[in-house]
Write a protein of this length. Structure first.
Length: 239
């Protein structure tokens, strides 16, 4: 019987979300052997601070790997539009990133002699579900991801539908409310993530503007379970 040498061959994986940074050492076969996470302030174009935290995480995970093991790749998911090939963040509407050289900067700080491959988080999520998750064996699927905003990925005929420039399937920015829609981080109004994302839910539930994040959303869910009308209304489908 042949099994993957997950202890000796691994990759470093990073996830850059609006409010958190995550790094992991993942062994051959998909075994997560170590994981580090930090909260991230929701503050503008913070490329330097994000890269610094992730580089520290990456070096710590690399140095803690078993003797004789080898890092064979580095990948990162980012909640924004990524230019294929060089990991440039063309636009991150929830964080104010425009043309930020994230992939090359992280590779430089890690100094492992490896490029950092960067992709849109929802596109990568669609590929992951198609290869190993709920969509394994399915040739056509639509993947939706909801956090602070909304993202999506589409698999057609077993291939990711990413468009000519790699920016396709931005379902979170589809126009769903053309009449007095809520303002969106992209500068438009009435987009899907503006209408159903974190801020929309908290506003309908009557929560103040300073409340945000997963704990605030969990608090709304708990309040709905207790019977609070505003919280229940926030979780109810609206037409």
């Amino acid at each position: 019987m042949v099994s993957p040498a997950s202890d000796t061959v691994y990759v470093l994986a990073f996830d850059i979300a609006v409010d958190r940074l995550v790094a992991a050492r993942v062994g051959l076969g998909g075994v997560v052997s170590a994981r580090l996470e930090a909260e991230r302030p929701r503050a503008g174009a913070d490329l330097d601070s994000v890269v610094s935290v992730l580089a520290d995480f990456g070096r710590a995970l690399h140095h803690a790997a078993p003797p004789g093991s080898a890092c064979v790749g580095v990948g990162a998911s980012y909640c924004g539009m990524i230019r294929p090939g060089d990991g440039m963040v063309r636009f991150g509407p929830d964080m104010g990133w425009v043309d930020q050289a994230f992939g090359s900067e992280l590779a430089l700080r890690l100094d492992l002699g490896l490029p950092v491959l960067v992709g849109n988080e929802a596109h990568l999520g669609a590929l992951a579900e198609h290869q190993r998750g709920a969509g394994a064996g399915v040739q056509n699927l639509v993947y939706l991801y909801g956090d602070v905003g909304v993202g999506g990925g589409i698999i057609v005929g077993g291939e990711l539908l990413d468009g000519d420039g790699g920016y396709a399937s931005e379902v979170g920015h589809m126009l769903v409310n053309p009449y007095q829609g809520r303002p969106c981080g992209c500068g438009s109004r009435g987009r899907l993530e503006a209408e159903v994302g974190e801020r929309a839910l908290l506003d309908v539930a009557g929560r103040p503007a300073q409340e945000k994040g997963r704990e605030a959303v969990r608090a709304v869910i708990a309040a709905a379970v207790r019977g609070e009308p505003a919280a229940q209304d926030a979780l109810r489908p609206h037409r």
